[in-house]
Ligand binder design. Sequence first.
Ligand SMILES: *[C@@H]1O[C@H](CO)[C@@H](O)[C@H](O)[C@H]1NC(C)=O
Ligand SMILES: *[C@@H]1O[C@H](CO)[C@@H](O)[C@H](O)[C@H]1NC(C)=O
Ligand SMILES: *[C@@H]1O[C@H](CO)[C@@H](O)[C@H](O)[C@H]1NC(C)=O
Ligand SMILES: [Zn+2]
Length: 493
Amino acid sequence: MKLLVGILFFSFFLAIPSAVARGGERGGTLSDYENDRSNVATTARILLEDEKSQNKIARARGYMTNSDLEKAVKDFGGRCSNISRIYSIGESVNGVPLWVIEISDKPGEEEGEPAFKYIGNVHGDEPVGRELLIRLANWICDNHLKDPLVRSIVENSHLHILPSINPDGFALQRRGNAKNIDLNRDFPDQFFPLNDDINTRQPETAAVMKWLGEIRFTGSATLHGGALVANYPWDGTRDGRKHYYSCPDDNTFRFLASTYSRSHHNMSLSKEFPGGITNGALWYPIYGAMQDWNYIHAGCFELTLEVSDDKWPMIDEIPTLWEYNKMSLLNLAASVLKTGVHGRIFASDSGTPLPGFITIKGINYTVTAGRAFGDYHRLLVPGDRYEVMASMSGYKSKTTTISLGEVAMTLDFILDPDTTTERYLWRTSGCNCGSSSSSGGGGKFGLEMFWTLHMEVYAVIIILLFWFLLRRRLKSNLLNDKPQAARSSLLPA
Ligand SMILES: *[C@@H]1O[C@H](CO)[C@@H](O)[C@H](O)[C@H]1NC(C)=O
Ligand SMILES: *[C@@H]1O[C@H](CO)[C@@H](O)[C@H](O)[C@H]1NC(C)=O
Ligand SMILES: *[C@@H]1O[C@H](CO)[C@@H](O)[C@H](O)[C@H]1NC(C)=O
Ligand SMILES: [Zn+2]
């Protein structure tokens, strides 16, 4: 009997490691909520690590080392120089450059086009992503003149590929970076005060955050291993518990995740995840995730892709995994071109592009247009009607209802300056710019709204005084004078 209980107990422990591994070992959840579970998981992981360490050398055989990867990136840059640029977003803890391949017909130049990024090897012991991403870059280079999908990616978007954000973890063959921090738990969190101290932020995380401040990415995905599923926000829940927790763009995210899973060899046939997709928090909640931060703080729709059940498949399986994921990787990158509503926002008076805001009625999320071109890229599920509103301070908002078909739609906005009565009054009374007062950019006077309002009150008082004085004089012969005209136009307000 004792033996039986012992066996049952032991088999419980054995069951945990596989569950944890399938989940891409997304342990390290908030201790307040998940204490018991993570203790078990930690114990389980120690057992697992022992077993793993024996295979460490064998399993990495044939995979690119960090210097192989650096060489592959640079070789690519040489071979495909007319459609690419190689740059680094920073360095890992141990000083390895975080190389990025940008692919576009005008690499490094700002254009009114959407940008997409792929990040591989977030977890050091999940190396399939970095192998796939180098193959993706090379395949694009070899096919951009023949393949229409690839050509449109090159011509109409900017694709940035960071094969390894965690080279130190890879060298150590472990999940965390050189400081053993899980980079997919190191971002500021929306629900809990985590990772807000920039002094303790890992350089890899800081580099990604800075990168997102420099480039306006529309879409993104990170590559992981240990499961086969496309995971979408939210990754965390407010109550710390495991359940479906949708973000404002739940429908769009389900669509994007399905774009990946349906283009894949067999991801959509998953028995564990219907359609091969999952809400992160439903799978199990995590906090400080990169994906949620991208969506909240960078206007970037990011997925977390688990691309193979086996974290370290034999190297000769990589070509097959590449074939399984190729169309998914291409179709997801192209989704920033092929879906949603895109366009530019202009000022009607000056004709200049406006870095305005796009919102969709019923979806509490704002997409920002670019400063240089006023271009915006709003991903949406095809085949539905949407009320699209463009706004910008100092301008009147405009709303257009669209019926979005299967392909992306172009919709430009031309916004008129906001000549509210207060501003109008102040402008006509305060400036000597003549009678044509309907045009003129907002903010010409550079006054704070607060001050502007007060100025207008003063202006009205002064005008009224003026009016009284004038009335006295008007008893004589000044009836058709200029002050009279000004007075009559000002009084109704
Ligand atoms: C890149 O160079 C190749 C040959 O050197 C040329 O055929 C191709 O048109 C170029 N592609 C672009 C996008 O300029
Ligand atoms: C997908 O195909 C691979 C290789 O044939 C197989 O090992 C895996 O179990 C399949 N997964 C699903 C969900 O069908
Ligand atoms: C919209 O989202 C913001 C956070 O981005 C939140 O503070 C606000 O309460 C939300 N508004 C509604 C109406 O849900
Ligand atoms: Zn992972």
